[in-house]
Design a protein around this ligand. Structure first.
Ligand SMILES: C[S@@+](CC[C@H](N)C(=O)[O-])C[C@H]1O[C@@H](n2cnc3c(N)ncnc32)[C@H](O)[C@@H]1O
Length: 220
């Protein structure tokens, strides 16, 4: 019989602990295949990567000539991103709440701050593409409406929000990634969305037997 865990609301310090304890199986060693396969349909010059961690997708997007802006509330993965990819960078403390890492030879800027405490103006632009893998599924369910509002403000009028979700029994883990059903999509992504991909995927936690990965293109 499967034990059900209580679904715990996460704070930034929980993410910080996970990075310290290396509970980071969500980080994958390569570039996301859904991004690569659908990039021609969603491509844009400017890309926002919310809750970016140290995803290699940012490097790949920069190699496609995109201006890439990421945000993460924990500094460890960002330091690791630049170190592990041998990227020269500068660091600027903007104010008490925001630090900015900027690569010198590729067009990648990462803001260290709590996404929910940030204003869209912080990033200085609206984006043609939002690449959302491991972000919507990472936030607490009671933050979804705020998140959707924040991201739609960051999306350029003709922009595309490319969202990857997972659908599984998340009570087994009681922690992110959180499941996102079609009903959740109707409720929390009240923009126009089209499902472009759905397939079984390998769950990165051995307690989970089956997980479906879905991808949606959302427009304003
Ligand atoms: C599941 S990981 C996904 C990382 C990346 N998108 C990937 O696919 O590998 C979620 C990331 O969001 C960050 N995070 C969680 N809540 C945040 C918040 N409120 N503001 C900024 N970053 C946050 C965590 O530190 C973590 O690196």
């Amino acid at each position: 019989m499967t034990m059900e865990a209580t679904i715990k609301n996460y704070k930034l310090e929980d993410w910080s602990r996970r990075w310290v304890d290396r509970e980071t199986a969500f980080h994958v060693a390569g570039v996301n295949h859904i991004l690569q396969n659908f990039f021609d349909q969603v491509r844009g010059d400017t890309v926002f990567v919310p809750l970016c961690g140290k995803t290699l997708d940012m490097l790949w997007l920069a190699q496609q000539n995109c201006t890439v802006v990421g945000v993460d509330g924990v500094e460890t993965p960002v330091q690791e991103f630049f170190a592990e990819n041998n990227l020269d960078y500068s660091v600027r403390q903007l104010n008490d709440d925001v630090k900015i890492y900027k690569a010198k030879n590729v067009d990648i800027t990462i803001f260290i701050c709590d996404l929910f405490a940030s204003k869209p103006e912080l990033f200085g632009m609206q984006f043609d593409l939002i690449w959302d893998r491991g972000s919507f599924v990472a936030i607490n369910v009671d933050e979804r409406a705020k998140y959707t509002c924040l991201l739609s403000n960051l999306l350029a009028p003709e922009g595309k929000w490319f969202l990857v979700t997972v659908d599984y029994d998340d009570k087994i883990l009681g922690e992110p990634p959180r499941t996102v059903s079609e009903e959740d999509m109707r409720q929390f992504a009240p923009l126009n969305f089209t499902k472009v991909y759905s397939d079984l995927t390998k769950a990165y936690n051995p307690k989970v037997e089956e997980m479906i990965e879905n991808a949606y293109v959302i427009i304003k």
